[in-house]
Design a protein around this ligand. Structure first.
Ligand code: PMP
Length: 438
């Protein structure tokens, strides 16, 4: 183990005894002691007592500036007054009806007016949204295979947990026990930013490919930017083979700008998914696209989709309040400047400490990769020193800053973050870089 990491973990243990106790209790009944694998890190995760704006406090009273923000869901920060008010108001009318309600239309209208989608359907999680969108792509094209990028994450449905086999463009192999080989084999994985790999797959089996699923700016291998012209050529190649383009905008939707990755890249997919921000911190997600495709969903068409809690009124109210708040405050350019400042501050702090890093950033997301880079795909991201990253992450925690908890996740800025807090984050990271420099 990285020597600084060992020291860091010992300090963490001393600072978080109540989290340790809570985790120990959880472990008896909950595997790993967490509700989602991504929340687990050594020696135990921080248990949160309360949160507000850009900050949260743990059970032991330690306070942190939050740059994880529920993995990007909390665009307006914790407990935004407009979101809280909307949820409270909605709560008094019921929690779920198992029948439609009038706010679903408002959120759908808001989304369709912003995103180049004509219709959308709601679910509860990004995982559901991508699973449904892929089912629809397969139904539309009558093809079974999909393409995803090495290191890309689109939720935990079986076929999307396929990982790369050997070779540049390969049939996926199960990424976890429990995924049948036959399911993983329907997923072909290629490196991001590599047009030749895509050409190779399409030349060999384009007629079998239902869709390519990708984040317009991948944020789950850490933030990785597409090469100029990349998506235009991907779109052209897929069109030539009758395969659909599916943008997974669970993170990038309403994050890269009003039109998400579609506005940012200038490329319109056939289908897209949304999540996180459209639920304002409550469980909501959606998939959408051309009406011609969406009308194939049951009961109008034959393609099955259901969900007891889909379109939950509280989640819809929180999402709608968040989107309206974004509309009221028009924060995208100020968020981008704050994030530029943060990225530059982190680069400078690493350079002052002599720690080689690559900071990729766009809009209000960034990743500090502990490698000289450049980082252009998962394979270059994977050259990062993950032990040093872990030591840095824990050192930042000690300085009151919560960054992305994994080397391969994004760090976020919300509309609740102020210039002063960004400066505090940079100051904390500056100390942390010095401490992991040896
Ligand atoms: N797609 C992307 C791009 C994501 O980042 C995530 C979650 N981080 C998902 C899908 C899955 O969403 P959920 O965790 O809500 O199921």
């Amino acid at each position: 183990m990285y020597p600084d990491l060992q020291k860091e973990l010992a300090t963490f243990e001393r600072r978080t005894p109540k989290s340790a106790e809570a985790h120990k209790k959880n472990l008896k009944r909950i595997p790993l002691g967490v509700a989602s694998n991504y929340r687990a890190y050594d020696p135990w995760p921080i248990f949160v007592k309360e949160a507000s704006g850009s900050k949260f406090r743990d059970l032991d009273g330690n306070e942190y500036i939050d740059h994880n923000l529920t993995f990007g869901a909390l665009m307006a920060g914790h407990c935004h007054p407009a979101v809280m008010k909307a949820v409270e108001k909605r709560l008094s009318t019921g929690t779920m009806f198992g029948m439609p309600h009038d706010m679903e239309w408002e959120l759908a209208e808001e989304i369709c007016n912003r995103f180049p989608v004509e219709m959308c359907r709601f679910g509860n999680s990004g995982t559901e949204a991508t699973m449904h969108a892929i089912r629809l792509a397969r139904a539309v094209t009558r093809r079974d295979y999909i393409i995803k990028f090495d290191g890309g994450y689109h939720g935990h449905s079986d076929g999307l947990l396929a990982k790369a086999g050997s070779g540049i463009a390969t049939q996926g192999i199960p990424g976890t026990p429990g995924v049948p080989e036959a399911f993983a084999a329907l997923t072909i994985t290629i490196p991001f930013n590599d047009l030749n790999a895509l050409r190779e797959v399409l030349a060999a089996r384009g007629h079998e490919i239902a869709c390519l699923i990708g984040e317009p700016v991948p944020a789950n291998m850490g933030v990785v930017l597409p090469e100029p012209g990349y998506w235009e050529e991907v779109r052209r190649l897929l069109d030539a083979h009758g395969s659909l383009l599916l943008f997974d905008e669970v993170i990038t939707g309403f994050r890269l700008g009003w039109q998400g990755g579609q506005g940012w890249s200038g490329v319109t997919p056939d289908l897209c998914t949304l999540g996180k921000i459209i639920g304002g911190g409550l469980p909501a997600a959606a998939y959408g696209g051309r009406a011609e495709f969406m009308r194939r969903i049951a009961p109008e068409g034959p393609v099955y989709q259901a969900g007891t809690l889909s379109g939950n009124p509280l989640a819809v109210a929180a999402g709608l309040a968040t989107l309206r708040e974004l509309q009221r405050t028009l924060p995208y350019s100020s968020l981008a400047s704050l994030t530029d400042e943060l990225a530059e501050g982190l680069r400078q702090a690493a350079s002052d400490a002599g720690v080689p890093v690559t900071v990729n950033h766009v809009a209000s997301i960034l990743t500090v990769f502990f490698t000289e880079g450049p980082v252009t795909d998962f394979h270059s991201a994977a050259r990062s020193d993950t032990q040093r990253f872990a030591a840095f992450f824990h050192a930042c925690l000690r300085h009151g800053v919560m960054l992305a908890p994994s080397q391969f996740e994004a760090t976020f800025v919300s509309t609740a973050h102020t210039e002063a807090e960004i400066a505090q984050t940079i100051a904390g990271a500056h100390l942390a870089f010095q401490e992991v420099a040896s």
